[in-house]
Design a protein around this ligand. Structure first.
Ligand SMILES: Cc1ncc(COP(=O)(O)O)c(C=O)c1O
Length: 351
């Protein structure tokens, strides 16, 4: 099924006051206003249930639920965009389904079939169409998987049962109001090597201490993890260096999350004829790059697409990057181009 297929109409109460929800979303922090419908499927030894729609409401979990004790949970984050032909299209849902399956694989959770994930996404999009803002806003979707075996004696065993649900949040253009300040952390990685490619809450919890410290001590926005001087990613985004039409980003390893935005932007940059290098990036590379006149550093992720970095804090040094006019910024051009693809204003086929 696709989001334009009306055969799966919501069976529960639709969004009660779409205008109020959209209005609230226009000013509220990202991810705090929700569409009132979610799509849900469950799995146990008997296999997956058919996907269904449910009204968004608190649901009960037994206090001994596996996910609450042993971290058997993972999630995805993607957006659905209103397109110029009047539809609403989720961006690269297959790619997110594949990453969810990969996360489930590492957590030994039952991996949901691709068609199930994309159908749940399409159902959530269709059911929340009335609260999907026009571009540059979008509907942010959060497929979430929780291991639901009821046991506190299974620390060394996976959960066989699970729930998979897709939350929907109307969101505006998530562009930070100013270029970001990033602290470069060279002592510890963001997470463990076996969990680098897993989108699970434990990874965010592990990074939180350093991010909180960077905020308090340097008024920073985020931390770039670069253990032993090798750049991985920030707490919630991949990193890129741009010098004109030359783009450099760390090559994919198991140490960090393989961003769908990263993959998409690299494909777009290559299609524009830019030089794209995926290679080991060191902190020294970042220092050298940040001091080049006109070079840009950005963070890539679903929420902001690309957020510009204005200051790198490395040890005692603060390096302010030269600012560029939007009209002159390749980073802005790349972001705009992906936005045009997402809304169908520009055609592009991703590999
Ligand atoms: C740790 C981390 N790295 C990278 C990304 C970027 O991934 P994507 O582009 O798929 O949103 C995210 C965002 O979800 C993230 O949380």
């Amino acid at each position: 099924m696709t989001s334009s297929d009306s055969s799966t109409a919501p069976t529960q109460t639709p969004n009660s006051d779409p205008a109020a929800i959209l209005q609230a979303a226009a000013t509220a922090p990202f991810g705090t206003v929700f569409g009132e419908v979610m799509s849900v499927a469950r799995v146990d030894d008997g296999g997956w249930t058919a996907p269904s729609l449910e009204s968004l409401a608190s649901f009960s979990l037994h206090p001994g639920t596996h996910a609450l004790h042993y971290g058997s949970s993972c999630f995805e984050g993607l957006k659905a965009h209103r397109t110029i032909d009047g539809g609403i299209r989720p961006f690269r849902p297959d790619k997110h389904a594949a990453r969810l399956q990969q996360s489930c694989g590492r957590l030994l959770l039952p991996p949901p079939p691709t068609e199930l994930v994309t159908e749940l996404i399409d159902m959530a999009v269709a059911a929340n169409a009335s609260v999907t803002p026009p571009a540059p806003g979008s509907l942010y979707l959060r497929p979430t998987m929780l291991g639901t075996d009821i046991t506190i004696g299974a620390a060394a065993y996976p959960s066989h049962s699970a729930i998979l649900y897709v939350l929907a949040c109307p969101v505006g253009d998530y562009l930070p109001p100013r270029p970001l300040t990033i602290v470069v952390e060279t002592e510890i990685p963001r997470t463990t090597p076996q969990f680098g490619v897993v989108k699970t809450g434990a990874n965010y919890a592990m990074a939180l201490g350093r991010i909180d410290r960077a905020r308090r001590e340097h008024q920073a926005d985020q931390v770039l993890f670069a253990p032993d001087g090798i750049v991985q990613e920030t707490g919630a985004a991949n990193v890129l260096l741009l010098d004109g039409e030359h783009l450099v980003t760390p090559e994919l390893t198991d140490a960090f999350l393989h961003g769908v935005t990263r993959d998409s932007l690299l494909q777009v940059a290559r299609s524009l004829g830019w030089k794209v290098e995926e290679r080991t990036v060191t902190v020294d590379d970042c220092i050298e790059w940040a001091q080049r006149p006109g070079a840009e550093v950005g963070l890539m992720g679903t929420a902001a697409v690309i957020a510009q970095v204005g200051t790198l804090v490395i040890g005692d040094r603060r390096i302010d990057l030269a600012t560029r006019d939007a009209a002159d910024s390749k980073l802005v051009e790349l972001r705009r181009t992906l936005g045009e693809i997402q809304t169908g204003a520009r055609s592009f086929t991703f590999a």
